[in-house]
Ligand binder design. Sequence first.
Ligand code: COA
Length: 151
Amino acid sequence: MSDIFNYEIKIISAQETIPVRHPVLRPGKPIETCNFEGDNLNTTFHLGIYINQQIVGVVSYFKSSTNLLTETSQYQLRGMAVLTEYQGKGLGNLLVQHGDILLKAKKTNIVWCNAREIAIPFYKKNNFNIIGEPFNIGDIGLHYVMYKSLE
Ligand SMILES: CC(C)(COP(=O)(O)OP(=O)(O)OC[C@H]1O[C@@H](n2cnc3c(N)ncnc32)[C@H](O)[C@@H]1OP(=O)(O)O)[C@@H](O)C(=O)NCCC(=O)NCCS
């Protein structure tokens, strides 16, 4: 449950995610490293959570399938990030819950992600399960594929 009640979640552009993606996911790296392939496809969507008109958290969803699962209608969650000073207040939960609602409206069966090891407890709290073996992504470190079924 969130202890911040004055929040707003909006669909935003890829560009609007950068003020959160950059400090949280690519600190000290060039701004271009915050752009993901497929960010501007019309099947991709991005959510931002705002407190007092300031964007403090983002998540993006890409129409993409993992070959670890056979369901045909899958979306990949990427770029999950909440500004450091706003973490641990339930905002990440709110973003994922909102994403689930929009994915269900698109008749999506599975949402999955490449979860950093450190974020596994967060995804578990949000009903994701690990599938397959861990793997390394560049210099970011060990990741696990995690997924959940959307009824
Ligand atoms: C991961 C992240 C998005 C979570 O957002 P958040 O707003 O801090 O998470 P919430 O406050 O909504 O936490 C949701 C639940 O996960 C749990 N959780 C979150 N981070 C956790 C951690 N590191 N260890 C254990 N539990 C954790 C919380 O206790 C909470 O449980 P509850 O619902 O029972 O209260 C955020 O911490 C972040 O941006 N981290 C750095 C970037 C990152 O690692 N992104 C993921 C890349 S795969």
